[in-house]
Design a protein around this ligand. Structure first.
Ligand SMILES: *Cc1c(COP(=O)(O)O)cnc(C)c1O
Length: 341
């Protein structure tokens, strides 16, 4: 039976190639799961939403950019790490729509122009880079400063928070949850779990709320890549609460299950141990799928670990949402070692 979210979607732009494919990971499932009574692992290819604009942020920006246009904005201002996928996607979305983009980035100003940062510049975004301490302390003031600056030049801007994770951005994965459950139903199953990487919370918030509204039994687990489980349990609820206030849709926050696994963060945001690089190498060579060291590689490493320790015993199907991030492989190249023969 087709499932519906039973809520009215706001305006959105069609920027992604949707629906993205749902594919089984046969060799990973054979190596890590099926022979031990574990589930079949599937991947929802949200790394294929576009090429330059690939990844999960494009789904959010379909709604955010529509809002910017409806408010008469001609400029987008957003923020993130120096290799932010969200900022790169925003830069390219702005170029595609003829909007100006200003990026407030956290990092060292003399960073090599590589990976996502290279694409930011190619897309014509204006880039300001702040050292980490200053970035964190001054973020709110910098948004206000640049917004004022553009206003002085006659440009109306929309400020987009980190990762476009708020009550507006979560529409991206609220609508994706319906697409994903429909994909699964057409393959003849309903997954016990949907898992993905959590970095600012909006993807997990959308999927979690979506599964509740769709009234499926599927649980959503976010593998955190930074911060703590408590932080994201609050953040996911906050984004859902914000959505509820913006839309007037009532939701039962107390019956909402927010499941965060923060055991695989490793050294911290943007830093990973050798086991993550090994996982990236293994998944690329076994399945032809490219993960990244900041988000998907960490989350997938966590998933494999949990499969091995029997956490998913008794489940039949798990879907890993591949949220993209491949451009970050290049600036992290020094963490891989290969030999020629
Ligand atoms: C931003 C991002 C995530 C995390 O999504 P959030 O909604 O910010 O939690 C996961 N994977 C990739 C590749 C990302 O760029």
């Amino acid at each position: 039976m087709p499932k519906s979210l039973l809520v009215e979607l706001p305006e959105r732009l069609c920027l992604g190639n949707l629906p993205t494919p749902l594919q089984p990971l046969d060799r990973i499932s054979e190596r890590y799961s099926l022979p031990f009574g574990g589930p079949r692992i599937w991947v929802k290819r949200d790394d294929l939403t576009e090429f330059g604009m690939s990844g999960n942020k494009l789904r959010k920006l379909e709604f955010v950019a529509a809002e910017a246009l409806s408010r008469g904005c001609d400029t987008l201002i957003t923020c993130g790490g120096i290799q932010s996928n969200h900022c790169r996607t925003t830069a390219l979305v702005g170029a595609r729509l003829g909007l100006g983009v200003h990026l407030i980035l956290r990092g060292e100003p003399d960073t090599l122009v590589d990976g996502n940062l290279l694409l930011d510049h190619l897309a014509g975004a204006k880039v300001s880079i702040y050292p980490p301490k200053e970035y964190t302390a001054e973020l709110g003031r910098n948004f206000a400063y640049w917004q004022e600056e553009y206003l002085g030049l006659g440009h109306r801007s929309l400020c987009i928070p980190t990762g476009a994770s708020d009550g507006l951005g979560i529409w991206g994965y609220l609508s994706a949850s319906q697409e994903l459950i429909e994909d699964c139903h057409s393959q003849g199953f309903e997954p016990e779990y949907i898992v993905s990487a959590t970095g600012s919370g909006g993807t997990q918030a959308g999927l979690t709320l979506g599964c509740q509204l769709l009234q499926v039994k599927t649980k959503v687990t976010g593998y955190a890549v930074c911060d703590s489980a408590a932080y994201f349990e609050d953040k996911v609820r906050e984004d859902i609460f914000h959505w509820s206030r913006l839309t007037g849709n009532e939701i039962n926050l107390s019956s909402l299950e927010v499941d965060v696994n923060a055991n695989f963060i490793g050294p911290g945001y943007g830093a990973a141990g050798p086991e993550v690089y090994q996982t990236i190498n293994e998944v690329a060579s076994l399945e032809g799928i490219l993960l990244d060291p900041v988000y998907t590689g960490k989350a997938f490493h966590g998933l494999l670990h949990q499969l091995r320790n029997g956490s998913y015993e008794g489940c039949s199907n798990i879907v890993f949402v591949h949220t993209g991030g491949q451009f970050a492989l290049f600036p992290y190249r020094q963490n891989f070692s290969f030999q020629t023969v």
